[in-house]
Design a protein around this ligand. Structure first.
Ligand code: G3P
Ligand code: CA
Length: 246
């Protein structure tokens, strides 16, 4: 069983506003193996953690992250949309996230745009966190570049579906992890990926039924909004496999 299994998607985002310190703190308290978060770049080139291209859905402001300065971003409330309990919570910067959580648990950084990859890699290197970070992206060019620049980086490609052609490309560029969307993972797909000796991590895991289906397929590593539930299910699986050995 891969040791980075319970990956809190945008933090424990079922319980606190996604990609904020309260969601990350909660993920840590829930004994997640890792926190997944999304990296974007402000107009003045500061790396910040936010999923969408705009701030509209998750803050009280409007506009594209790439067109706002860090000062404007810092003035936004990223908590009230979720609940009044989180009013006034700020969008975090990548720097403060890495400094605070870098030595606590594994971090999965999803790079959302090409402008953000070099600065992200640089910051991880400067803070000596290469062993604690996995870089992911839906953009294979970003992943290839990171692999080229830093052979020691752990990298994974996010994708909807997987086929043999894609796996050959990943092998050629020594991309060690592929992350398909949960609903497209079947036993045939798992066996195909295993044949290529590439790690599998699932995303888009909506509920407990989806978690159980993946566990039955032998996939333990996944991003989830409720890390406590996956942790609980996994301890059940551990107990089951221990009792089989007795
Ligand atoms: O775990 C990967 C997942 O975060 C990718 O999708 O849209 O949530 O960034 P998204
Ligand atoms: Ca993400």
């Amino acid at each position: 069983m891969n040791s980075i299994n319970v990956i809190a998607h945008r933090g424990a985002s079922a319980y606190a506003p996604e990609n904020t310190f309260p969601a990350f703190e909660l993920a840590y308290k829930m004994e997640s193996d890792a926190i997944e978060t999304d990296v974007r770049c402000t107009r003045d080139n500061i790396l910040v953690l936010i999923h969408d291209e705009t701030v509209d859905r998750t803050t009280n402001g409007t506009g594209k992250v790439s067109e706002l300065t860090i000062e404007e971003i810092n003035n936004l409330d990223a908590g009230s949309w979720f609940s009044s309990e989180f009013a006034g919570i700020r969008i975090p910067t990548l720097g403060e996230f890495l400094v605070y959580f870098g030595d606590k648990l594994h971090l999965v950084l999803e790079i959302k745009e090409r402008r953000a990859f070099a600065g992200t890699l640089n910051m991880v290197r400067v803070l000596n966190l290469l062993n604690n970070v996995t870089f992911t992206s839906f953009d294979i060019e970003i992943i290839k570049r990171i692999r080229q620049i830093e052979p020691k980086a752990r990298v994974g490609l996010l994708t909807k579906e997987v086929d043999e052609t894609l796996l050959r490309v990943l092998k050629t560029f020594r991309i060690e992890q592929v992350c398909p969307k949960a609903e497209f993972i079947s036993l045939d797909i798992v066996n195909l990926i295993k044949k290529f000796r590439i790690d599998i991590r699932a995303w888009g895991v909506e509920d407990e039924d989806a978690m159980v289906r993946l566990l039955e397929l032998g996939i333990y590593s996944m991003t989830v909004n409720f890390p406590d539930k996956l942790r609980e299910l996994l301890s059940g699986y551990k107990m089951k496999s221990l009792s089989k050995k007795v």
